[in-house]
Write a protein that binds this ligand. Structure first.
Ligand code: ADP
Length: 464
């Protein structure tokens, strides 16, 4: 059964882990989808802003003009490739700030509710005329950061598009004193890049509902699992306690029943019938065993009562007299020289209202346990203080109770340490009942104990 429960718990936990992994995977996929949708949405909104903006267009013309002029110089050998690239870099540098500002103005017009940085990076440009294709700049081969727009950190850059700008250009140049008409085509390749400020938060915000719902469902599943496992363990504990109880009570009933069988058999024998002395003894034995059986049944019936079911009939008792009488009777019942009972009384209050019958049962349960669970020489210290409340400390030097068992000894049917002390008779009801009686008196009971060193029970009963 224990293995079955363990297996069940392990399987459930593994199932939960598998479920979490799947859930995590699904959330991650949703995140990716939402992110892609968000980026393409933004891409859609900003694409071709510069195409449709006359201001940006006019800025673009400034750098294009300077750049194309230098190209024309290049075709007649008056400028090098490096000159063209430098011209491009310089003109871009000079228009960069107004370009970025105007771009932001255009973004504002689009009512996009989050910040976007944008730039165009020149990837390559090629000059073409009737005779040749001449690559002036190729970023792949000779990397250079020719960028128009905002600065964007590499890890934040989101690709928008690659654009191809093609145009033909015609101009005049004086070559060897003669006016010469120059015509060429130019292809310029750019890469448009954006950075959406705080896009992760924006995507998470869009997923908030889903995340909260998953978390909620997850919490419910964990809660249910926890509750089921807890109930299972409790059920198992109760089942164990019941089995223990049945075993204990069977054990307890066996001895008096066996004695009764033997005694009745004896009474039937002719030999015994002739001897009144033996008959007397046997009848006494039958009476004793009968009482024992009765006591056992009473114990099961009464000692299972909860404190609400205990109806107290309180009377005023003189504390010292009451405890002294109780301890005297207890000592008398022991017939054991190896038990010493010490008494100490202090405090100003003399009397208390208690139900004598129940209270005596409670104290006797503790005292009888001290004897049951003692070593060879037993010393019981009973310390009574009657000040603000009645405090009774009953200390023994017996076998003690482990820390773990101390937490359960007041539970119904609980017997500590199980096997090794189970040659000591008991049903695990005594301390439960004692606790209920003390509770019915609105009091409190505590235990302090160390294994093999002894146990102290502390009872506190209020005076009103
Ligand atoms: P029972 O004595 O019938 O088993 P109780 O409810 O009286 O049941 O006690 C519960 C358990 O607490 C006992 O089984 C025993 O293990 C432990 N116990 C109680 N009193 C003492 C004590 N004075 N010293 C050591 N163990 C004790």
């Amino acid at each position: 059964m224990k293995i079955k429960i363990k297996l069940l718990i392990i399987t459930s936990i593994l199932g939960l882990i598998a479920l979490s992994v799947i859930q995590g995977y699904l959330i991650n996929n949703t995140y990716k989808l939402k992110k892609d949708a968000f980026i393409s949405e933004t891409r859609g909104s900003i694409s071709r802003i510069d195409d449709y903006s006359p201001t940006l267009d006019s800025i673009a013309e400034i750098w294009q003009d300077a750049f194309l002029n230098k190209m024309a110089d290049y075709t007649i050998g008056k400028a090098s490739k490096e000159d063209i690239i430098r011209t491009l870099e310089n003109t871009i540098d000079s228009i960069n700030v107004p370009y970025a500002e105007k771009y932001q103005e255009e973004l504002l017009k689009k009512n996009i509710p989050y910040g976007i940085k944008f730039h165009k990076k020149i990837k390559a440009f090629i000059i073409q005329d009737s005779t040749r294709n001449d690559t002036i700049f190729d970023n792949e081969k000779t990397p250079r950061n020719i960028i128009l727009g905002d600065f964007i950190e590499k890890d934040k850059a989101i690709n928008v598009s690659n654009t191809l700008w093609q145009t033909d250009y015609t101009t005049d140049r004086v070559v060897d004193g003669k006016q010469k008409n120059i015509t060429f085509d130019i292809t310029l390749l750019t890469n448009d890049v954006m950075d959406i400020e705080g896009w992760k938060t924006l995507v998470f915000n869009r997923m908030r509902g889903l995340l909260l719902l998953s978390l909620f469902i997850f919490a419910i599943v964990i809660g249910l699992l926890y509750y089921s496992i807890k109930s299972l363990i409790t059920q198992k504990k109760i089942a164990d306690i019941k089995t223990d109880f049945v075993n204990n009570i069977t054990h307890e009933l066996k001895t008096p029943l066996a004695t009764l069988t033997l005694a009745t058999k004896m009474l039937k024998t002719d030999n015994v019938k002739q001897q009144p002395e033996i008959i007397d003894n046997t009848v006494n034995t039958i009476e004793r065993q009968n009482k024992r059986l009765q006591k056992l049944i009473d114990q099961v019936l009464n000692n299972s009562l909860g404190y609400q079911e205990i109806k107290l009939t309180k009377e005023s008792v003189v504390i010292e007299d009451y405890i002294n009488t109780l301890l005297n009777d207890f000592e008398l019942s022991l017939n054991d020289e190896n038990v010493t009972v010490n008494r100490m009384f202090s405090g100003k209050t003399k009397t208390i209202n208690i139900d004598k019958f129940y209270f005596t049962t409670a104290l006797l349960n503790i005292l009888e346990n001290a004897v049951k669970y003692s070593g060879n020489v037993l010393v019981i210290d009973c310390q009574v203080t009657a000040d603000k409340a009645l405090k009774i400390k009953i200390k023994d030097n017996g076998i003690g109770i482990s820390d773990k068992d101390q937490q359960q000894i007041f539970e119904k049917f609980f017997r500590a340490g199980n096997k090794e002390i189970h040659n000591v008779k008991g049903l695990g009801l005594g301390l439960y009942y004692t606790n209920q009686i003390i509770k019915a008196h609105h009091g409190d009971i505590n235990v302090k104990s160390k294994k093999d060193k002894g146990t102290t029970f502390i009872l506190i009963i209020p005076f009103n």
